[in-house]
Design a protein around this ligand. Structure first.
Ligand code: DX5
Ligand code: ZN
Length: 233
């Protein structure tokens, strides 16, 4: 029997109505999501500004769900400590924005926080295998980072397949751990950007098991219905 790949859903707060922040978080939590995704942007690595440690700390006071912090900033190393203090449960840095990727991932983990590594749609997949052992999740951006509401980039599906194939072939499991017999939970491959029911299905079939969704969830007439529908991918 083929076991179905378990997966998780994270709404991206970037698409929420910030004038009703606590209501938005409350309805996301009530919808049965698995974690909150928080986008941090520095206006340099991406052409937009968004959120900081104070926002992470505020959300941390509103929910017990894990906070997944996506750093779209240069020199992430210098800011890790502040996001850890603010309550981040996982911190994802960008391959393209980080001087010493290995050192930064190790530093994140040394703070007892899960470490993620993100790749832009145009970044070569050849760089991915080296880091699978050093992180807890690989984020494959399915739009060019910086803004919500963009269209899904179909070409990234090949990169998802490539990453899942390597994990399967080399028995790389959750947390980048290698298990000889292949036991253990699957490695986390996250997708972010333009994800809705249809594109989530495509990504899931390609091997993704963590879905970040901004517009599709926060602009929905009924978020809980959408989350329930997604559970049947
Ligand atoms: C984009 C951000 C995403 C964004 C996704 O740079 O990393 O998390 O909020 O938004 P949607 O789901 O609307 O594409
Ligand atoms: Zn994001």
């Amino acid at each position: 029997m083929i076991r179905k790949l378990p997966f998780t859903i994270e709404p991206s707060l970037l698409a929420a109505d910030l004038s009703r922040l606590s209501d938005e978080v409350e309805s996301a939590v009530a919808s049965g999501i698995d974690a909150m995704h928080l986008d941090i942007m520095d206006g340099h690595f991406v052409r937009n500004l968004g959120f900081g440690p104070q926002m992470v700390a505020a959300i941390n006071r509103l929910t017990d769900l894990p906070l997944d912090v996506h750093l779209m900033i240069y020199n992430p190393y210098d800011y890790i400590e502040r996001f850890v203090e603010a309550g981040a449960d996982s911190i994802t840095i960008h391959f393209e924005a980080t001087e010493d990727v290995e050192e930064t991932l190790k530093y994140i983990r040394s703070c007892n926080v899960r470490a993620g590594l993100a790749f832009n749609p145009d970044t070569s997949e050849g760089m991915i295998p080296k880091y699978l052992y050093l992180c807890d999740l690989i984020l494959l951006m399915t739009v060019h980072p910086g803004f919500g509401g963009q269209g899904f980039i179909t070409e990234v599906l090949d990169k998802i397949r490539f990453t899942r194939e390597i994990c399967d072939r080399l028995h790389i499991k959750k947390g980048g751990v290698v298990t000889e017999g292949g036991e253990g939970d699957p490695f986390v491959i996250q997708v972010d950007g333009g994800i809705n029911l249809e594109t989530a299905r495509l990504c899931y079939a390609a091997g993704a098991n963590n879905f970040v969704m901004g517009t599709y969830l926060f602009h929905a007439p009924n978020m809980a219905e959408r989350v329930a529908e997604l559970r049947d991918l």
